[in-house]
Design a protein around this ligand. Structure first.
Ligand code: ADP
Length: 402
């Protein structure tokens, strides 16, 4: 991340409020320069922690942070140490990452009381995230009342999924009554990365079929035709699709009934199992990809199986999306694993030469952090690594309201 000594004038404060954490970044929407960024974690626990990175260094503080208001106040206090209070210093807007926009929100939205209320009501669809997102918006508006606050929804990009991709084959009255459909998540990242990939190749996105693989702790894939998503791997919740750090991804729903009837587990315990104790962690004991690779190097069989299951599912989705698109121009890797892991990129696309997909081993293994091409010159399909930057995308969306 680049940080700069430039002033905060014109910068956007991007907030990502979780149930016990707040991630923040003060970023210039045009250049992408981050003036400061950091994380508050363990809100509501006796030992809270604040990490604050700014132009001249990093500070860490430990102490009780009773609630989100205290957390945000601490963020603003720290940012004020860089100069004047944010509003006086010309901060242009606050961008809020909101996980679930339901069927209501399809684009970046200026926050007012009704928006906060609706985001809170959508907690039915995202019980882990939306309550904290709503609190974050409420508190931030009180602390920074004179600048626009803009909600940017993780589901928005996928709102226009074609009905065939968005609809579960579930009894229709139940599905309609409870808004049960495929929403998709990580939309800000898929949109940003697909646009950057087209720009990197010097091509008009309208002419491209793209498969984007966002592989972080959470992981999702999307099929994008001319800039419009036609499918994505996450569904009603971020549990569907690829194998993730702690989430199962796709699983036979019969397993849920079985766990209830045969293992005697109640719904909250099953929720915890599928969301937090499964995926790579459930299979190997670790959810961090680097830790998984270390275990594999030590000869750990479970870790090897976890890796193979992860790659198998990934290949299955890539194959499905290439087929749905009727052929692909670009396959794009992003997020922690996608940007950094040579093995996953190699294995996800191994043996596909007859489909015109050829990864160049040296380009793939070359150290680098930036946007890069890893396909061979004779590959019909361009394979790219494009770092995601959700904060910048949110800042740009918010700045439009300033
Ligand atoms: P999120 O934003 O979803 O929390 P990230 O996009 O930061 O997640 O991705 C986190 C994942 O990326 C972790 O599994 C981590 O091990 C993996 N990762 C980060 N750096 C590397 C690396 N150099 N090599 C392999 N995996 C990496």
């Amino acid at each position: 991340m680049s940080t700069s000594t430039s002033s905060t004038a014109g910068a956007v404060l991007v907030l990502n409020s979780g149930s016990s954490s707040i991630k923040f970044q003060l970023i210039h929407p045009e250049t992408g320069e981050a003036v400061a960024h950091g994380l508050i974690e363990r809100i509501g626990e006796p030992e809270g922690r604040i990490i604050f990175h700014h132009t001249t260094g990093t500070e860490e503080r430990v102490g009780e942070i009773p609630d989100h208001r205290a957390g945000l106040r601490a963020v603003l206090d720290m940012l004020e140490t860089l100069g004047r209070p944010l509003q006086e210093a010309g901060v242009a807007a606050v961008g809020h990452r909101v996980v679930h926009g339901g069927t209501v929100f399809h684009e970046p939205t200026l926050v007012d009381d009704d928006v906060v209320k609706t985001v809170a009501e959508l907690s039915i669809l995202a019980p882990l995230h939306n309550p904290a997102n709503a609190i974050g918006m409420e508190v931030a508006r009180e602390e920074l009342p004179d600048i626009p606050h803009v909600a940017v929804f993780d589901t928005a990009f996928f709102y226009s999924l074609p009905p065939a991709a968005a609809t579960y084959a579930l009894e229709r009255t139940i599905a309609r009554e409870h808004d049960i459909r495929r929403y998709g998540f990580h939309g800000t990242s898929h949109e940003f990365v697909s646009q950057r990939a087209a720009a990197f190749a010097g091509r008009d996105q309208a002419d491209l079929n793209q498969v984007v693989l966002h592989l972080g702790n959470g992981a999702s894939a999307s099929a994008i035709e001319g800039g419009r998503p036609i499918d994505t791997s996450m569904g009603l919740t971020p549990l569907e699709g690829l194998v993730m750090g702690t989430r199962t991804g796709d699983i036979d729903p019969g397993v849920v009934m079985h766990l209830n009837r045969v293992a005697g587990m109640k719904v909250d315990a099953i929720d915890d199992l599928l969301n937090r104790r499964s995926g790579l962690r459930g299979l190997s004991g670790v959810n961090d990809f680097r830790a998984l690779l270390s275990l594999i190097e030590e000869g750990d069989e479970d870790a090897k199986i976890a890796y193979d299951v992860y790659v198998h599912r990934l290949r299955k989705y890539i194959g499905a999306y290439v087929f749905e698109l009727g052929g692909v121009d670009q396959i794009v890797f992003t997020a922690g694993v996608g940007e950094n892991n040579v093995d996953v990129r190699r294995d996800a696309l191994a043996g596909l030469e007859r489909l015109g997909i050829v990864v160049d081993p040296e380009r793939n293994a070359a150290p680098g952090k930036g946007e890069r091409r890893i396909s061979a010159d004779d590959s019909d399909v361009e394979v790219l690594v494009i770092p995601t930057n959700e904060e910048l995308a949110i800042a740009r969306a918010a700045a439009k309201f300033a």
